[in-house]
Ligand binder design. Structure first.
Ligand code: AKB
Length: 314
């Protein structure tokens, strides 16, 4: 990878991945794009306003900038996709096929994230295998399964070097997630610092996989740099750092803020989505095929999140 186009560069992953890639591959070699612009964004490096549903524009931006890789991150997350299913289809599937077409025509490497949302209620819930039943019941899940298959199709049919990760809930202090089911695992840290308490919209006892953003970013770079001969799986590898229930976050926070209080007011829509996802996924394929590993468990992540949010909040 020498020159990379990032879609969704202002989103939850993109806001951090773009900076990390600039640190590794050089500022001018990472072209950030998003449907909107924030003031001063060009000062950080090349940036273009681009809507991924516009196939021609996506192709032109990739061609003009002579990139050799597309990292396609632009997408609606699960709760938002459930609220606006046809919009989600247009953005998540339309954007993906346009990005894959550009990769095919211009002979580019390709990364896009999948999610634990690609699993459904009939998937084995514990230690969910890499290859298993995938019958998701959400629009986001339908998009993610179709996306995994489409990326495999472009690899098998056209030889596009597509690679992907099934991300769990990602936790970060930089950009808010927005529209996801696992957003509570980010909100809890902000409210621990600002209010000493949090009302969880996900019920006690609901296990979901999670991962701290620095580990997620390392995983993307490591997978994209991996020797293709070693990859039996491509779209997409299970990755996770922890399987946790809301009260596990509360306990980890209480080690730092002893009077932190957790209450519950369950949101039935997001709870239903969470209940359709696995409790914990098996990451053996990622470990064996390209050496996936993480540095942050829940306690180390919690200490870092609280410290960084304290520095950030007024
Ligand atoms: C979401 O909650 O929608 C995402 C995901 C797990 O893909 N964080």
């Amino acid at each position: 990878m020498k020159k990379i186009l990032v879609t969704g560069a202002l989103g939850q992953i993109g806001s951090e991945l773009t900076g990390k890639l600039r640190g590794i591959y050089g500022v001018d070699n990472i072209i950030g794009t998003d449907i909107r612009k924030v003031d001063g964004i060009e000062d950080d490096g090349p940036f273009e306003v681009m809507d991924v549903t516009d196939a021609e524009r996506l192709f032109d931006v990739a061609k003009k900038n002579e990139v050799d890789t597309i990292m396609h991150l632009a997408a609606l997350l699960s709760a938002k996709a459930e609220a606006f299913p046809s919009v989600a289809w247009d953005i998540n599937m339309g954007g993906l096929i346009h990005a894959l077409e550009a990769a095919k025509e211009l002979d580019l490497k390709f990364f896009t994230p999948s999610s634990i949302g690609a699993f459904g209620p009939s998937t084995p819930r514990d230690n969910t295998p890499q290859d298993t039943l995938q019958r998701p019941t959400t629009m986001y899940g339908v998009n993610k399964v179709a996306g995994e298959l489409l990326c495999d199709y472009y690899y098998n049919r056209f030889g596009v070097d597509t690679r992907g990760l099934r991300f769990p809930g990602l936790i970060s202090y930089v950009a808010p997630p927005g529209g996801g089911t696992t957003d509570y695992a980010v909100e809890i840290y902000y409210e621990a610092v600002s209010k000493n308490g949090y009302e969880s919209y996900i019920a006690k006892g609901t296990y979901l996989d999670m991962m701290y953003m620095p580990d997620a970013l390392n995983a993307i770079v490591q997978l994209m740099e991996a020797n293709p001969d070693k990859l039996k799986t491509r779209n997409a590898f299970n990755v996770s750092a922890m399987s946790a229930q809301p009260e596990d976050f509360a306990k980890a926070i209480q080690k730092q803020i002893p009077d932190f209080k957790m209450t519950y007011k369950v949101d039935p829509i997001r709870q239903k989505i969470a209940d359709s996802w696995p409790n914990s996924i098996n990451t053996t394929a990622a470990v064996e095929e390209w050496g996936f590993k993480v540095e942050y468990d829940i306690d180390r992540m919690t200490a870092d999140m609280l410290e960084k949010i304290r520095q950030k909040l007024p």
